[in-house]
Design a protein around this ligand. Structure first.
Ligand code: PLP
Length: 383
């Protein structure tokens, strides 16, 4: 269709390309003598404003405001920090209970680059300090809290302090909690990442990630150049969807947490459920830490139905809850970790972690909780 406008101005209207008035202006912008946009992989106003909105939320209670880099996915956010801050010969120390894709990223991408991997229980203070004392090659500690899928919590203030004492960086995946419920930077953590695909977008309409840090120097000189070269930048369209989703983030997180607590209590009393993992339950091993570290326990929980067949029958019987391998949406989503999010792990590794074949993970949505309870109860009848 001929709109009567030159192609360059139409591209400009779409918000992806930037048009220079003349060659001199282009040169000045490239040289940094004039402030301006060049090309969306290098930077884009919509992308930058959403990154800074998330960074401001993550540092809301601090004197210094954090900076953020929006990425094309949560995985690219994790890879960016690890590849930007670690070198061959360095060791990355992680907690065992992590999203399966992250474990595969470390094993299949970082390890072949010469970055060694080590796993330890980060809740064991003495063991962690002994390891940091013995291994000066440990340059970064990585964890999720609450973790995927067992919702274990890690004391961020403690690991950040231990890491600092040994001149080591910390990187925390705050996807499950969001900055509304937990702010790792305030506890001394160096880098925070999110899969914005999840709660920050909140509506299952896009894939994205973000890195946030108070370390301007590292963000500007180590991570941003790599992000541009690796091409992991977010698109302005995805950024706009995150921007829209974030308008309701505090309201959603409150409702997700309320609904999840009610459901966790129901499941804990149900005779067909072997165990429930939810940091808002008094029976959860990290209940006190979660109370201290989080504003509320969030919308994620998992529970064990005792075996693979029971899990399959339960998931297939659900009518309102949706079977889909993601989380953090307004709708209630269910997965079977052993065959979905954690399929990249060997069965014996899953078993050692406690990710049994009977485990079901629920991302509790913001629907009417009575509807959710009746769907879950009718599906449990089939188990
Ligand atoms: N972190 C957690 C806790 C996740 O559950 C996921 C994906 O499910 C990721 C990171 C990766 O995010 P993305 O799928 O946006 O790359």
């Amino acid at each position: 269709m001929d709109t009567g406008q030159p192609a360059s101005s139409i591209a400009h209207l779409c918000g992806f390309l930037f048009v220079f008035d003349d060659l001199q202006q282009g040169i000045d912008i490239f040289d940094g003598k004039e402030v301006g946009n060049i090309y969306s992989r290098f930077g884009n106003p919509t992308v930058d404003s959403v990154a800074s909105k998330i960074a401001r939320l993550e540092s809301i209670d601090l004197e210094q405001t954090a900076t953020g880099l929006l990425t094309s996915s949560g995985m690219s956010a994790i890879a960016l920090v690890a590849m930007g801050m670690l070198q061959p010969g360095d060791t990355l120390l992680t907690h065992p209970d992590l999203y399966g894709g992250t474990v595969a990223l470390f094993r299949d991408v970082l390890q072949p680059l010469g970055i060694q991997l080590l796993t330890t229980d980060l809740r064991d203070d003495e063991g962690l300090v002994a390891l940091l004392e013995a291994r000066s090659d440990i340059r970064m500690i990585y964890c999720e809290t609450p973790s995927n899928p067992l919702l274990r919590c890690i004391d961020l203030g403690k690991i950040a302090a231990f890491a600092k004492a040994f001149d080591c960086h910390t990187l925390v995946d705050n996807t499950f909690a969001t900055p509304v419920l937990q702010r790792p930077l305030a506890l001394g953590v160096d880098f925070v990442i999110h899969s914005t695909t999840k709660y920050l977008n909140g509506h299952g309409t896009g894939t994205g990630g973000v890195v946030v840090s108070l370390d301007m120097e590292a963000m500007q000189s180590r991570l941003l150049p790599k992000l541009r070269l690796l091409g992991g930048t977010a698109s302005p369209w995805e950024a706009w969807l995150i921007h829209n989703g974030m308008k309701t983030l505090p309201l959603r997180m409150e409702r997700h947490s309320q609904n999840a607590e009610i459901i966790a209590n129901m499941l804990e009393k149900h005779p067909r459920v072997k165990s429930v993992h939810y940091p808002g339950l008094i029976s959860h091993p990290d209940y006190e830490l979660a109370q201290r570290q989080m504003q509320a326990a969030g919308g994620m929980l998992s529970f064990d139905l005792g075996g693979r067949d029971a899990a399959i029958r339960f998931v297939n019987a659900l009518q309102l809850c949706t079977l889909t391998p993601t989380l953090g949406d307004v709708d209630t989503l269910v997965i079977h970790p052993a065959t979905m999010s954690h399929r990249a792990l060997a069965p014996e590794v899953r078993a050692a972690l406690g990710i049994s074949d009977g485990l079901v993970r629920l991302s509790v949505g913001i629907e009417d909780v009575a509807d959710l309870l009746s769907d879950l109860v009718q599906a449990l009848e089939v188990v």
